[in-house]
Design a binder for this molecule. Structure first.
Ligand code: 3HC
Length: 286
């Protein structure tokens, strides 16, 4: 199904930060949503983060309590991938691992009717490689949302080697229906955003590790000096240091040494200090 008017139900695979965010903005746009994760506990965590985010809109009087409940009611949680079989479009936002994504796409290809667009929120992995396990590579496209999804207005549409032009067009229209603005990238490692963002984050981490300045001054310098909302160390904590490391390693593998992850990034991930989500990264959040 490639016509925006025919879309009623959106499937989301993964109820982590990104999956929950995508489910939330889809429900806020009026779609019914089926949000799936592998464990009930993860699905519940997804609902909790959606509720926290909706509360912020209620606090600002951008939504009332009734609208908040309507949004929540439009989202059905499940641990069964087969429950996505009636969805009109699916966005996958599982872990950044090619084997996991290919397994999911092979299953989605079996479960979903022909012509249903299968989108992936991958941050750096190849759309073409993910699509290669399906019998519908022309219906597979990248829809790369930004974190936090309910606030960030941009979505990157990533065009795989076999993606049909009308699927690309559909991806733009669908993202716009979620009140996002889009831009397009070819299926090259990291696309536009992470190809440029990851070296920036790694360089900030190296600058800190090499004693150029305190972490506060590195973040302040970049914020005030270049007018970005967060400096590299606080943004890395916000994204999750494990996510930054995974993305950097893929870029390093595909594009060579200029993308080598910072040593301190690896050490923090090895120590389990993953940023805001674990309470400690470069900063403490407890
Ligand atoms: N849900 C709803 N509202 C939220 C929210 C959420 N999850 N998170 C923040 N907000 C709202 C707040 O309520 C607040 O609203 P207001 O201005 O109307 O009062 C506003 O956003 C600002 O939030 P805060 O005051 O809590 O904090 P900040 O001013 O520091 O803003 C931020 C937080 C929006 C995250 C801002 O710092 C920012 O834009 N940072 C950059 C984020 C970014 O670059 N994201 C992209 C990362 S790259 C990526 O995701 C790609 C991936 O592949 C790695």
């Amino acid at each position: 199904m490639r016509d925006l008017e025919d879309i009623e139900t959106v499937g989301v695979v993964g109820a982590g930060t990104m999956g929950a965010g995508i489910a939330q903005v889809s429900a806020m746009a009026g779609y019914s949503v089926v949000m799936r994760d592998v464990e009930t506990e993860y699905v519940q965590r997804g609902f909790d983060s959606i509720e926290d985010s909706l509360d912020r809109f209620v606090e600002k009087e951008e939504l009332d309590e009734g609208e908040k409940l309507d949004v929540l009611e439009r989202i059905q949680g499940t641990t069964e991938l087969s429950e996505l079989s009636d969805c009109d479009v699916v966005v996958e936002a599982a872990v950044e691992n090619m084997d996991v994504k290919q397994d999911i796409f092979a299953d989605l290809d079996e479960e979903l009717p022909e012509d249903v667009v299968l989108a992936t929120n991958t941050s750096t992995l190849s759309i073409t490689t993910i699509a290669s396990v399906t019998d519908r590579p022309e219906d597979v496209v990248g829809l790369h949302f930004m974190n936090p999804v309910p606030v960030m207005t941009g979505v990157e549409v990533v065009v795989g080697e076999k993606t049909d032009d009308d699927v690309v067009e559909f991806a733009h229209q669908f993202a716009e229906a979620l009140d996002k603005e889009t831009w397009e990238s070819d299926d090259k490692p990291g696309f536009v955003t992470n190809r440029i963002l990851m070296p920036w984050l790694n360089e900030g981490i190296r600058a800190f590790d090499e004693g150029v300045a305190s972490k506060e001054d590195i973040d302040k310098g970049m914020k005030l000096g270049t007018n970005v909302p967060m400096g590299p160390l606080e943004l890395a904590d916000h994204i999750g240091l494990d996510i930054c490391l995974d993305a950097s390693e893929t870029l390093h593998e595909e594009l060579g040494d200029r993308y080598k992850p910072a040593y301190l990034l690896k050490r923090k991930v090895d120590a389990g200090d993953l940023g805001k989500k674990t309470g400690t990264g470069f900063y403490d959040y407890e």
